[in-house]
Design a binder for this molecule. Sequence first.
Ligand SMILES: Cc1cc2nc3c(=O)[nH]c(=O)nc-3n(C[C@H](O)[C@H](O)[C@H](O)COP(=O)(O)OP(=O)(O)OC[C@H]3O[C@@H](n4cnc5c(N)ncnc54)[C@H](O)[C@@H]3O)c2cc1C
Ligand SMILES: *[C@@H]1O[C@H](CO)[C@@H](O)[C@H](O)[C@H]1NC(C)=O
Ligand SMILES: *[C@@H]1O[C@H](CO)[C@@H](O)[C@H](O)[C@H]1NC(C)=O
Length: 491
Amino acid sequence: MSASGKAMWTSILFFLACFLPNALSEETKEHPSIGIVGGGIGGTSTAYFLRQLFGKEAKIDIFEKRQVGGRLTTIKIGDNQIEAGGTLIHPKNMYMVNFTKLLGLEQLDVGGGSFGIFDGSSMRISSSQYSVVTMAKLFWRYGMDIYNIDSWINEKLLSKFMRIYDIQSAGHAYTTVPDLIGAMDPSFISYMKNSIKFVMKTSGFGDTFIDEMVMGALRTNYGQNTDIPGFVGAVSIAGVQPGLWAVKGGNKQVPEKLVSEAQVQVIQGTVVSVQLLQYQGKNYRVGFFDAEKKEQFKDYDIVIVATPLHDEVSEIDFEDFPSSIENFPQQFHKVTATFVEGVPDPKYFGVDNADDLPNSILTCNDSILVNSQDKKADVFGNPTDVYKFFSNTPPSEDDVKQMFTSKKDIRMATFMAYPEYSTVGEDLPPFVLHDQLYYVNGIELAASAMEMSSIAGKNVALLAYNHWHGNLEKIDEPYLDPALEKDKTEL
Ligand SMILES: Cc1cc2nc3c(=O)[nH]c(=O)nc-3n(C[C@H](O)[C@H](O)[C@H](O)COP(=O)(O)OP(=O)(O)OC[C@H]3O[C@@H](n4cnc5c(N)ncnc54)[C@H](O)[C@@H]3O)c2cc1C
Ligand SMILES: *[C@@H]1O[C@H](CO)[C@@H](O)[C@H](O)[C@H]1NC(C)=O
Ligand SMILES: *[C@@H]1O[C@H](CO)[C@@H](O)[C@H](O)[C@H]1NC(C)=O
């Protein structure tokens, strides 16, 4: 990030320090009105956690310019509904697990199946129908790395990552992304500063494993390579563990149902401005174009931005602030998902027989079109003849002709998908843009995933609640695990 960008965030934080806590009129103190911009999993989980914290009386609105769910969306091809955006959920993603249960939804197993890693001319490795043979092949190629990866993920990542649930259930919140990630474990700070290649090499993993398996996972999940930071890299590698699932019927049902569970009003409209009000009463005026494209205004005590602040995603003007609040300074990575109902040509992936073409194909070569390809089940788990492949640029008609010998139907969706992680510097935006103005999506610069948005949503809800009630001892303070503290005093 530029020096002026750094100065901007620093001055915002300085400004905050001067103005907290704000004078509040007595009658509104218990029940704030809250406006949330964005109805994805980030905005709707924030709304749910805010409702839990502030209770029934708080007024909570969500502004959504397209449809609730955001990057969680399905696509119809032929007679099939298929996940088009965020798809896979890790079994230890506790907020997503709990939302699914709470909302009466079911988990659908989506892992497993045959796989291969393509290098641009042939398969470096592919699974066998016999798992013993697959394990032997993997061991032959990657040695002990193939066993060590599981314990590395569990011990170095997941067990530490999961501390966030204790921290947040104790009500602790953090004003910056590095402080939140660092609260899970200090080692994660260095993971954010070094490449995943470096982090894994220093943990003893070999080049072949990193260049093929890790590269394949990163290209599948983020369309990027092993130079991206270790933290987002690690989140991505956790996606090779068993037990991955999606919500039966579509992941977008979680945000949709959170809206009614949290009893929030969804306002269909595009927010274009957030104005700092100069008088006592409400703090902010949100300007938006409603469904009839008419400009309207609504005033709130608290405003939460739950969409990336980026010119090509949501251009919101922050008006009358003492120092400027600007859009997301980092680049965003565009990804195209192409869905083809048809018959693939195995030769495109260097395979002779159609029967030998793996269901899931990872790729480990930066200079080829396809990031990954998958034979898809529909959102209910029924098999289909639909193949989905990701690419960083949209495929040409000729590309698709080379990949498929016949096709009945084709659909494409291009996403402003996630940050371009190579452009993310060390200075990440804070969760607090101004007194009682919060920003959920800064978390994506650490790692973009459904669970990350939910964790950021809970953090922002706790920040809003703790600021509102002056619980400053729960903000930016280290969390001391009561169990561990007890052990210490007994010693
Ligand atoms: C192709 C793809 C595959 C992915 N795969 C996975 C995966 O397998 N597992 C995983 O965990 N994650 C995955 N992710 C990441 C995951 O989908 C995102 O991290 C998550 O959905 C982000 O949620 P969000 O609510 O923060 O943002 P969004 O879902 O983008 O929500 C923001 C919402 O705000 C609305 N909005 C924007 N500007 C305005 C405005 N000015 N006024 C009103 N409304 C506005 C938008 O319409 C949108 O609905 C994937 C993402 C993509 C794109
Ligand atoms: C990557 O793919 C290109 C194009 O197919 C090929 O020329 C190149 O040799 C491949 N690189 C590796 C390392 O396999
Ligand atoms: C998930 O739900 C279970 C059962 O209700 C609860 O004990 C647990 O604390 C919840 N986890 C989180 C992270 O909220």
